[in-house]
Design a protein around this ligand. Sequence first.
Ligand SMILES: *Cc1c(COP(=O)(O)O)cnc(C)c1O
Length: 405
Amino acid sequence: MKKALEATSTIERADRYMFQTYGRFPITLVKGDGCRVWDDEGKQYLDFVAGIAVCSLGHSSPVVCRALAEQAGKLVHVSNLYYTEPQTDLAQLLVENSFADRVFFCNSGAEANEAAIKLARRYSMEKFGPNRHVIISMRNSFHGRTMATLSATGQEKIQKGYDPLLPGFRFVPFNDLSALEMAMDDAVCAVMLEPIQGEGGVVCPDAGYLKAVRALCSEKGVALIFDEVQVGMGRTGKLFAHEHYGVTPDIMTLAKALGNGLPIGAMLSTEALAGAFGPGSHATTFGGTPLATAVSGAVLKSLLNDGWVEHAKSMGDYFKAGLNQLAEKYSFIKDVRGLGLIIGVELESPGAPVVAECQKKGFLIICAQERVLRFVPPLIVKKEEIDLLLEALDDIFNNMETKRG
Ligand SMILES: *Cc1c(COP(=O)(O)O)cnc(C)c1O
């Protein structure tokens, strides 16, 4: 056995034993309840990150605890060689509440997008023949870290060092319809985009953009893929973000909030495309385990039946109004944007110092790109909790202004 390390704190041991792939904040979290989490020194934080738009019903949600305990005592995993009731129930619920006709379950956002890319290519191959495999995606997009999904991600920093990338991806700027038109030649099989760009800085589509993209795709027989991994599941104040824009995709991907923290992803499509995936065409060992789908089904039922989607809209409006007041007060706030409870505040300067000051005051927030503060709290967040953060931000911004002189 190797010699035990002198260092004993969680942070020291983590830095010693794990790949250093994450730039972590020096906080060790030990428990959570609703919108609150606690570190190992007993300090409390109000959590406006929610595991990056994951824990929509908050931490230690009774809905999740109950479903998890019940299903864990019944059946955790059996493989997709057999049918299970929780998996079937969740698929039916997703289909009944979306544009889609069929669902494929997997374990993460990247895997859901992998499935979408594979389905789009296979469908195109079967329907139109070879040499029509290009997928157009957007600059500043984010679709995941596997080889195919990082090849689809329009950010150099994420692709750097991994050449050769998967061929057949083409990038255009988000919200630039003529660039998309120009890129749409006979080699294109799909257009893939986030209806609202999350990692890209909470960038919303211009009025009419998604409708025009839909029309262009329909005209050319090109599949439209919406990556709703971050913005789906009620976060924007509708169950799926694209519902705000009066368009439906051919394929949609989900993950983050789907399981409220249990790893689960899903790729959904219309019947027309789903036919391209027959037995043996795609698979995963863990995808849609009874455990993950039982929890996810309970979470989705609660979102739909307990009013959390509407709550996300009203809390989002309230939060944005408060942030807009701050923007009027402080000239270094350049923009406040978003829908429901995915909100971005663009600053003139890097956001990292604000994130650090928030942590000192007991609030967890994150950035999207260097200069955008991103707020993606649990959908169950209360007005009083939003007020506390707005007060803290006012204080932090006030200090920043004093320093700038
Ligand atoms: C987080 C995210 C992904 C990747 O999901 P993972 O579960 O980390 O693989 C893909 N697309 C979008 C829009 C995301 O926000």
